[in-house]
Design a protein around this ligand. Structure first.
Ligand SMILES: [Zn+2]
Length: 310
């Protein structure tokens, strides 16, 4: 196991054990080797088919080698045969695009620390999203999914159109990021169009990454149950169809118990709860234009509003 990997694991374990609060602002830069610095600081390029992540298929999150910020989910990685790791989507806000000095390509860099990642290409028609982030392996490190869950809290909820659920949860204290996507169905890498047919089994959902030192799963879950109507069956407001159902996708037994307890409180108040509690399965981030929809378009949700229920 490489020294850097050990360092990341130690950071994760001690981050969990320590009383000190942990946030992305506190990330420190890791020491880089000469070869890493050539790519990351001097905008170099590693030789094709030499990087350790070109064919790598692990489940988890690719993070910046220099600062540790989360950049790409493994579910967005695809085989492009170009010789470098390829992704057709980035984690919301994690990657900056800047014109390359060569005058025609678009360079990508870590939004947190400016580390050079590679280039982004569009129009190649390699995936349905039609985007290829061509990233140097040495610019990346990898955090397996089972360890990632200890560093940050992760929650997944579905409560109607994901634009509205994302809007309210993104503003909650302690929330690091909210990604709109699809989960709970049977089709791999579904598109919005496919999910809208109601035939994929997926719900429009959000994946929330939060800082457990600043908020809790219970707080976010209760907020989720107050910003959509958990009594509606197979719809939410004007949006009708199974993809707009109310559902809590738990990541572990603790989350499951909190979900059951919260729903029983609402039932004891006389609400006929429709919200399902289901074990989380693969989450597929939605197309880029669905992310931060209301923030980017200067609008407010049409089907979600806050109602105090707890
Ligand atoms: Zn970085």
């Amino acid at each position: 196991m490489k020294v850097r990997h050990v360092l990341i694991l130690l950071t994760i374990y001690f981050g969990v054990m320590s009383e000190e609060s942990y946030s992305q602002e506190k990330l420190q830069y890791y020491d880089l080797t000469k070869g890493e610095s050539y790519v990351i600081n001097n905008k170099g390029t590693e030789s094709p088919n030499t990087g350790k992540f070109v064919k790598y298929k692990g489940h988890g999150t690719y993070v910046c080698k220099k600062c540790g910020a989360a950049l790409y989910y493994s579910s967005d990685k695809f085989e492009s045969d170009c010789g470098w790791p390829s992704f057709d989507n980035e984690i919301n806000g994690a990657v900056n695009r800047i014109p390359d000095a060569d005058g025609f390509r678009t360079e990508i860099e870590c939004a947190n620390c400016g580390a050079h990642l590679g280039h982004v290409f569009t129009g190649e028609r390699l995936t349905s999203k039609n985007i290829r982030h061509c990233v140097n392996s040495v610019s990346l490190d990898f955090v397996p999914a089972h360890l990632e869950a200890k560093r940050y809290g992760i929650a997944q909820f579905a409560g109607g159109c994901f634009w509205g659920v994302e809007y309210f949860l993104q503003k909650a204290p302690g929330v690091i990021s909210v990604t709109s996507g699809y989960t709970g169905g049977v089709v791999k890498n579904p598109t919005y169009k496919e999910v809208c047919t109601g035939n994929t089994g997926h719900a429009e959902a959000v994946k929330i990454v939060y800082d457990p030192e600043k908020t809790s799963y219970e707080k976010l879950l209760k907020l989720f149950l107050e910003i959509h109507d958990p009594t509606q069956v197979g719809r939410q407001g004007p949006d009708i169809g199974d993809q707009y159902r109310s559902e809590i996708f738990f990541m572990n037994d603790e989350q499951k118990q909190i979900a059951e307890k919260s729903l029983s409180i609402l039932k004891s108040k006389g609400l006929k709860i429709a919200t399902a509690i289901t074990k989380a399965s693969e989450f597929y981030p939605a197309e880029a234009y669905h992310q931060d929809y209301y923030f980017n378009n200067g609008k407010v949700p049409y089907c979600h509003a806050y109602t105090k229920r707890f």
